[in-house]
Write a protein that binds this ligand. Structure first.
Ligand SMILES: [Zn+2]
Length: 344
């Protein structure tokens, strides 16, 4: 399997200081991929800057200029938890361009699948607003670009970050060409993502939210993937799958209260690669969102690459949650979502 890695040190230049979303995240991932000699199994793909026209597929021009101007003036806080530095605009246009390049490389057949290791992350960014550490919505921009450039009709975005991707949901809420499926802790930041949010107008039914109670681990996530995401994806029959890959649902990650392990991530990724192989000739692009425990993040991204490469052994040196508390039963929730979306 030819697996692409999109990365560039430009992503380290988005300087957030002591913020939890910082450059050390990517440094930890890259150094782990190097130490384990996994990096040499990957095709390195250089990102490019997304053009203003490409970013405006999702964001208002006024908002794009605002982000550029704030960076030019030296950076600053855009909301209570989103900070920028002088080079943040450059990093952000390369993050969007990285997700685009990953999609191009897969669509052109340069690689079978790809993972864009970018920052700032994207899934909270709306057309007019930076929030939740996100400036431009990398995955949404890449999906719109891919739909237009390759004249596709159906793209799925699977978002397993522990937070709901409110920006991505909003970008495609009335768009029947994009099925947005999210698993996320709920109630939790940013507050959106209830089961009743299912899309509007022509896009009614093409937003599927799986809001999970705190405490869910590998078993509950597998249940949600197998019982909701798999049948929904088969019914939608995508031509391309994009993934908002956040790793903040790992048990060691203190930003949220989920209990997923590195092995659990590998199992979820296996389900996703299975869907891509079955439904869309393997066309699959991952883009990094959250994940703030450096070791858990690095190990779990490596496990993701191992699955994409078809490597049989998944290393999980952190193991299962040591303070494992009883996970909630999500069976009634799964049933309710199936009913709402006619997945029975
Ligand atoms: Zn997150």
């Amino acid at each position: 399997m030819k697996v692409g890695l999109v990365y560039d040190p430009v992503y380290l230049k988005h300087d957030t200081g002591q913020h939890v979303e910082n450059a050390q995240r990517l440094e930890a991932i890259i150094s782990h991929l190097e130490q384990t000699q996994l990096k040499q199994q990957l095709r390195l793909i250089k990102p490019r800057a997304a053009s203003t026209e490409e970013i405006s597929l999702v964001h208002d021009n006024q908002y794009i200029s605002h982000i550029r101007d704030v960076a030019q003036r030296g950076g600053g806080w855009l909301d209570a938890d989103t900070v920028t530095s002088p080079d943040s605009y450059q990093a952000a246009i390369y993050a969007a361009g990285g997700a685009i390049r990953a999609s191009e490389a897969v669509m052109n057949g340069e690689v079978d699948s790809a993972f864009a290791l970018v920052r700032p992350p994207g899934h909270h960014a709306t057309s007019q607003r930076a929030m939740g550490f996100c400036l431009f919505n990398n995955v949404a921009i890449a999906a719109k670009y891919t739909l237009a450039k390759y004249k596709l009709d159906r793209v799925i975005i699977i978002d397993f970050d522990v937070h709901h991707g409110n920006g991505t949901q909003a970008a495609f809420y009335d768009n029947p060409q994009v099925l947005y499926v999210s698993t996320h802790e709920y109630p939790f930041y940013p507050g959106t993502g209830s089961i009743e949010e299912t899309g509007s107008g022509a896009g009614k039914g093409t937003t599927i939210n799986i809001p999970l109670p705190a405490g869910c681990g590998d078993d509950e996530y597998l249940q949600a993937f197998e019982q909701i995401i798999v049948p929904a994806a088969r019914r939608f029959n995508p031509q391309f799958i994009g993934v908002s890959a956040g790793y903040d649902l790992h048990w060691a990650d203190e930003i949220a209260l989920m209990q997923v392990s590195t092995s659990g991530f590998a199992q979820l990724v296996k389900i996703i690669t299975g869907l891509a192989d079955e439904l869309c000739r393997g066309r699959l692009v991952f883009s990094l969102e959250g994940g703030y425990h450096l070791q858990a993040l690095a190990y779990s991204v490596k496990a993701t690459f191992d699955v994409l490469l078809g490597n049989a052994n998944i290393e999980d040196s952190l193991g299962q949650s040591p303070h494992r508390f009883k996970a909630p039963s999500i069976t009634p929730l799964i049933k309710a979502i199936k009913e709402i979306h006619n997945l029975l």
